[in-house]
Design a protein around this ligand. Structure first.
Ligand SMILES: Cc1ncc(COP(=O)(O)O)c(C=O)c1O
Length: 382
């Protein structure tokens, strides 16, 4: 049972992984040991630690997506990677970025400053909850240089068909950027077999990392054509170089993805914890975790439907995710419903006047049943 590896939750039930995924115990222990490095900094005297910490994280993240470690940009959020792409791609006059109307704001904001540089920002409006391949096909133009979409939409709980969207982008010579923040850790993604040019994600949801974590995978062919947007001393030299008489100050050309890393790459409280979380998930197997999560989701949706809740997120199929969304029963106020759930120890999210429940491997079938009982009880008392 995965639940034994998390918590303790003291009887409360966390059904809000789409907001924050809890740290597995093994990661909490790793963070505690990293805290000790700073309480008594003797381990920090070893300069290789500043290399080992980021490189362990890079390897774990690469394994997650069948990528190579030197293709991983370490970040502090999902937004960081998008921002690097926005600043680093060599835009040409007349280029356009295509976005999805009503997409999660983190997938939209990083591109907006490009207007200042003459890049047009256009939106495709989905008729349903998320953009469909036919809608993208109709929206792509010769000048569409890049299309960015969220894989799993946190508001509506539906996944886009990344392969279909990416295939259309390839055909149009358009870069396809996928924000995988609400999917990675709960759905497998292979960057070698999916037609994506870049994948960005935060680390603190289904990857169960600390807050302030994230990364971006950029395909080497895209990365090699990007403009260098920063120069970070610790990427270009080592702490050992400081010991030499003539300290080198020269931009290296062989850095690959590391040239785009966030500064302070060895931030060990976060990195050590996140590496332990990702290693833990990899040891369980993402396919197995995904299957377990979907068992919980099936149970949750079946239960909600039988209580009479109008579950709006997909009930079946590939577009179904770990996010289950429904309006408060009897068109009530979702805020009040969410507070009533929390009063009995069930933590849901309220988004766009809907209740959102988002389980992951730390939850159990018993917890789902308890949440269903609470929903039924509160609905009956309205
Ligand atoms: C789709 C999506 N992207 C990104 C984020 C987080 O973004 P960031 O790590 O840039 O703060 C969230 C968090 O709710 C999200 O739902």
């Amino acid at each position: 049972v995965y639940a034994e590896d998390f918590g303790p939750f003291d009887g409360s039930i966390w059904l809000d992984c789409s907001h924050q995924g809890p740290l597995p115990r093994v990661a909490a222990a790793a963070v505690a040991s990293a805290v000790q490095w700073k309480v008594a900094p003797f381990p920090l005297a070893d300069p290789s630690l500043f290399e080992r910490v980021p490189s362990a994280l890079r390897s774990a993240l690469a394994r997650l997506m069948n990528a190579s470690a030197d293709e991983i940009v370490l970040a502090n959020s999902a937004s960081y990677g998008l921002s690097i792409l926005a600043r680093g791609i060599r835009w040409q006059a007349g280029d356009e970025v295509l976005l999805v109307e009503n997409d999660f704001p983190a997938s939209l904001y990083p591109w907006l400053p490009l207007r200042e540089h003459g890049v047009a920002i256009r939106f495709v409006r989905p008729a349903g909850r998320v953009v469909q391949a036919a809608e993208l096909e109709a929206a792509l133009r010769p000048e569409t240089r890049l299309f960015c979409a969220t894989w799993v939409n946190s508001f509506v709980g539906e996944a886009v068909d990344a392969s279909a969207l990416g295939t259309l982008c390839r055909r149009n010579d358009t870069l396809f950027v996928l924000n995988a923040s609400q999917g990675l850790g709960a759905r497998p993604l292979d960057v070698r077999s999916t037609p994506v040019d870049a994948v960005t994600s935060c680390g603190f949801k289904y990857l169960c990392g600390p807050y302030g974590t994230g990364f971006c995978w950029i395909s080497p062919s895209v990365r090699d054509r990007m403009r260098l947007v920063q120069g970070y001393w610790l990427a270009n030299m080592t702490a050992d170089d400081l010991k030499t008489e003539a300290v080198p100050v020269r931009l290296r050309e062989d850095l690959g993805a590391r040239a785009f890393d966030v500064f302070g790459t060895a931030n060990f409280f976060n990195s050590v914890g996140w590496t332990a979380s990702v290693d833990y998930l990899l040891a369980q197997g993402i396919e197995r975790v995904a299957a377990y999560d979907q068992e919980l989701v099936s149970r949750l949706i079946d239960g909600l439907v039988s209580i009479g809740c109008d579950v709006e997120s997909p009930h079946t199929g590939e577009a179904r995710t770990t996010i289950v969304v429904f309006p408060p029963p009897r068109s009530g106020d979702a805020g009040a419903f969410g507070r009533a759930l929390q009063a009995v120890g069930i933590y849901a999210a309220v988004r766009r006047n809907r209740i959102r429940l988002s389980p992951h491997l730390f939850n159990t079938a018993t917890e789902i049943d308890r949440a269903l009982e609470a929903v039924e009880h509160i609905a009956a008392s309205l």
